[in-house]
Design a binder for this molecule. Structure first.
Ligand code: SF4
Length: 307
């Protein structure tokens, strides 16, 4: 079977990474070791390996063709109809992409469930940006929300993420998707907060369901995500929420300093909260080197430099 027409999607402009070329490592059907209640794909039985996937040469040829047609690609995004790290020749594929990619960056979007496998851990070290999901810490929550395959060794995921964070020289982003009445409960939040602190990724993206889910589940509110971001304190936390409610107000310099001491804010946070005068105050603090602007894997954060 030839997959050449379905492996590639895009290139499409991405807000964080520029022009992204999507590579689907499971173009023929969903193959995932999770069956998340919120999945945008149809619910399906979990698998712990792919039984149908394109050959490495097919994928590399498809990427080369896209490079010929679109000379300006900023990032190659490895993803799948399912879980990309279940692709059987991932290491070989990443090595070959790294040979041909030139200045183009690589990104993988994974559910994080295979990071404790040494060969996958080592392969992920060779990718420029690794984005892993972590919706739950307790086994009960993993089973209820992510509905993991029985061969996934849940208890090994977080320790391996901690090791990965220490070892990688590249960008490591964690993503948490909150679902109402599932992982938004206080006991799970405490565990998540503790795990994120230990893992210490470059950035945490927190969001909720924004497309029709596979099963009957509901999103959490923007207010809830904001309260989680406040609890994550000094961790670079990026709230992802479609149609955020705006609450434009005036903040003086002291208020801005103390807000940024509590937690770093993104440009999007600022646009949703600050009036024009507050933005002038913010720039003033920047010019005085009291606060700074840091880029974390494509997202700008304002941070207070004073302890
Ligand atoms: S890990 Fe991703 S693809 Fe797999 S079931 Fe969950 S949301 Fe769907």
């Amino acid at each position: 079977m030839s997959y050449s027409n379905s492996i590639i999607f895009g290139p499409i402009p991405s807000r964080r990474f520029g022009i992204s070329l999507g590579v689907d490592l499971s173009p023929s059907k969903k193959q995932c070791n999770f069956d998340c209640l919120y999945c945008e794909l149809e619910g399906s039985k979990t698998v712990d390996k792919m039984d149908r996937s394109p050959k490495v040469t097919e994928i590399i040829n498809a990427i080369k063709d896209s490079f010929d047609k679109h000379p300006k690609i900023d990032v190659i995004t490895l993803t799948a109809n399912g879980e990309p790290t279940l692709y059987p020749n991932l290491d070989e594929l990443v090595n070959e992409i790294n040979e041909i990619k030139g200045e183009t960056k690589t990104l993988i979007l994974s559910n994080g469930s295979t990071i404790y496998k040494k060969e996958i851990f080592n392969t992920l070290l060779k990718i420029d940006t690794v984005k892993l999901s972590l919706d739950c810490v307790s086994e009960k929550c993993f089973k209820k929300l992510d509905r993991v395959n029985k061969n996934v060794e849940i208890e090994k995921i977080i320790p391996a993420m901690c090791d990965f964070s220490k070892e990688t020289k590249n960008d490591f982003v964690l993503e948490i998707l909150f679902v109402k009445d599932l992982n938004d409960k206080e006991d799970e939040l405490i565990l998540l907060y503790d795990a994120v602190k230990k893992i210490n990724p470059r950035r945490v993206d927190i969001g909720t369901i924004d497309r029709p889910p596979a099963y009957e589940v509901k999103p959490v509110s923007y207010g809830f995500l904001e309260s989680v971001a406040n609890r994550f304190e000094s961790i670079n936390t990026n709230i992802i929420y479609k149609n955020r409610p705006k609450s434009i107000q005036y903040f003086d310099m002291d208020e801005i300093k103390s807000m940024l001491k509590r937690r770093p804010l993104t440009k999007e946070d600022i646009d949703n909260m600050f009036d024009e005068k507050s933005k002038l105050n913010l720039n003033n603090l920047l010019n005085k080197n009291i606060i700074t602007l840091v880029n974390s894997s494509g997202v700008d954060f304002y941070k207070n430099l004073q302890k």
